[in-house]
Design a protein around this ligand. Structure first.
Ligand SMILES: Nc1ncnc2c1ncn2[C@@H]1O[C@H](COP(=O)(O)OP(=O)(O)OP(=O)(O)O)[C@@H](O)[C@H]1O
Length: 233
């Protein structure tokens, strides 16, 4: 379980996240919602170790979280257009392979097998050799998920992973994300600007307003009115 307690992050005098407590279970996808500026990205960055909180604790199964336990799927970019889907996924293993292998583009056979299996998990096994620059937005996002899986995380985070996609493609990408979270028993935590896109796949909703948690509930208890309260609060 991922447990966040009394988390606080400031930028100078600006309090971005304050008094934040919640628990996330592995195998579940939690959707993070809130108005622009509510603190969603800041919270995800604290979990990924990209931002240093002023106070509070982040624990994974009782231990202090290690950044290598966490992978972040970015909204766009982060992929290299000129490389194939497979090569981009293999880049997710950076740091686990010796530098000379990275430089020469020689990857261990086990890493390659794993990368192909991860492309398969996101429905892109047949596209391994295609240039990422030639893929559609939804396919690119799925390569991004496979790349994050290549890091072998226990926690999978995504910051607005479907913002640039049409609603049908966005739903299908979120479905893939939820499936890998469930199948691999990962803690899944995804921020979305359009919460209803996750209707079919969200297990929980966590809502932030002015850096504080104002909603933390299973999706079965969350209706349009409760979502609206997060944005109106
Ligand atoms: N690097 C920074 N320096 C100063 N203030 C920052 C920085 N990053 C974020 N903030 C401030 O912290 C608050 C939370 O920002 P954050 O980006 O976490 O919100 P968000 O919910 O992700 O917003 P959005 O939905 O627009 O991406 C905002 O008031 C923002 O202006």
């Amino acid at each position: 379980m991922l447990s966040v307690t009394a988390l606080e992050k400031r930028y100078g005098d600006e309090v971005a996240v304050s008094g934040v407590d919640f628990d996330l279970e592995p195998g579940e996808l939690t959707v993070l919602i809130g108005r622009s500026g509510a603190g969603k990205t800041t919270l995800l960055r604290c979990l990924d170790g990209l931002a240093e909180p002023e106070s509070g604790t982040i624990r994974l199964d009782g231990d202090r979280i290690d950044p290598t336990d966490v992978a972040l799927v970015f909204q766009a970019g982060a992929l290299i257009d000129g490389k194939s889907a497979l090569e981009n996924v293999l880049d997710g293993a950076l740091g686990r392979e010796p530098v000379w292998r990275e430089v020469l583009g020689w990857h261990a056979a086990g890493e390659k097998r794993a990368a192909i299996e991860r492309l398969h998990a996101v429905g892109l096994a047949g596209d391994a050799d295609r240039r990422v620059g030639d893929l559609s937005g939804g396919e690119r996002q799925r390569v991004g998920i496979a790349r994050a899986l290549q890091q072998e995380p226990r926690v999978l985070l995504a910051d607005e992973p479907v913002a640039s996609l049409d609603p049908a493609t966005a739903r299908s990408v979120l479905k893939r994300l939820a499936t890998v979270v469930r199948d691999r028993h990962l803690v899944g935590f995804v921020s979305l600007h359009q919460p209803r896109l996750a209707d079919d796949v969200a297990d929980r909703y966590l809502g932030l307003s002015d850096g504080r948690v104002v909603l933390d509930a299973p999706s079965s208890d969350v209706d349009d009115a409760r979502i609206a309260e997060v944005y109106d609060g």
